[in-house]
Design a protein around this ligand. Structure first.
Ligand SMILES: [Fe+2]
Length: 270
């Protein structure tokens, strides 16, 4: 892949987003949110590629995958007016379908590279990483990490905004909620990603977002997570309490331990 190929992909992506504009300003906010998110994920992917020492070609492939990872979000929103995959469509699978159909890729692009990007788009939102060859899994992990790095930021901005300015679909229609559901805390303390089935409110959702730390793959991502103080910032938007504090301290300790020698500990699954 060349820099020119990536620049062409970026033009096509922006054109595609433009073609999916919505008339209604509150609906357009959701489209704009995903456009902004995508561009930030590309930027974070740049940090990740440098931090993990990727060569130039691999870094271009990773950035192309980052650019296209959420392409399915635009059709998802225009067809269903939601970003909730559970009630609409799996936006990763949809994205891969769109890319295959809409002729996004330059003719000269290596078939293997095209396949890497398609697989990374297809599975970037899968609950677990599927069995694929090592190189595909490597790019998939990069996209999943870069995606999370920006979602933490997007969601912090979302929680900081007054309700009338929010890109409504980002909150998945969850109610504000008063406290947090206490059954979530032991899940966090066991180094597990909180299942969406336990999430009853936006407060619970904040803990789910933080628990993504247990599915992070690269040291650079842990470092950025800590440097950007995402855990403290999300905690500040949660109701204060001993249990929440315990969970947040645990998450930060975990992230810190993963920036050292042996890399991320394995996520525990039930
Ligand atoms: Fe996504």
């Amino acid at each position: 892949m060349t820099k020119k190929d990536l620049a062409r992909l970026k033009r096509l992506f922006l054109k595609y987003v433009q073609a999916n504009r919505m008339e209604d300003p509150s609906e357009q906010r959701n489209i704009a949110l995903k456009r902004r998110h995508t561009l930030s994920v590309c930027r974070d992917m740049g940090f990740l590629c440098r931090g993990e020492g990727l060569n130039e070609n691999d870094s271009l492939i990773a950035r192309a995958a980052a650019l296209l990872h959420d392409i399915g979000r635009f059709r998802q929103y225009s067809d269903f007016r939601t970003f909730d995959d559970r009630t609409s469509v799996n936006h990763g699978l949809l994205g891969a379908e769109i890319l295959a159909k809409e002729n996004f890729f330059p003719d000269g692009l290596d078939r293997g590279e095209r396949a890497l990007i398609l697989q990374a788009v297809k599975y970037h939102n899968a609950y677990a990483i599927p069995r694929l060859d090592r190189r595909t899994v490597f790019f998939l992990k990069l996209v999943r990490d870069a995606d999370k790095l920006d979602i933490w930021k997007v969601m912090l901005e979302f929680f900081a905004q007054p309700e009338e300015h929010r890109a409504t679909a980002a909150g998945l229609g969850l109610p504000e909620g008063r406290g947090v559901s206490l059954e979530i805390i032991p899940v966090v303390l066991e180094n597990r990603v909180v299942p969406i089935s336990l999430v009853k409110s936006l407060n619970d959702y904040k803990l789910l977002l933080l628990s993504w730390v247990f599915s992070i793959n690269f040291k650079t991502t842990f470092r950025l997570f800590l440097r950007r103080r995402y855990a403290k910032a999300l905690e500040a938007s949660l109701p204060p309490g001993e249990e929440v504090r315990k969970a947040v301290v645990h998450i930060e300790d975990f992230a810190r331990s993963c920036t050292f020698a042996n890399g991320p500990q394995k996520e525990k699954r039930t």
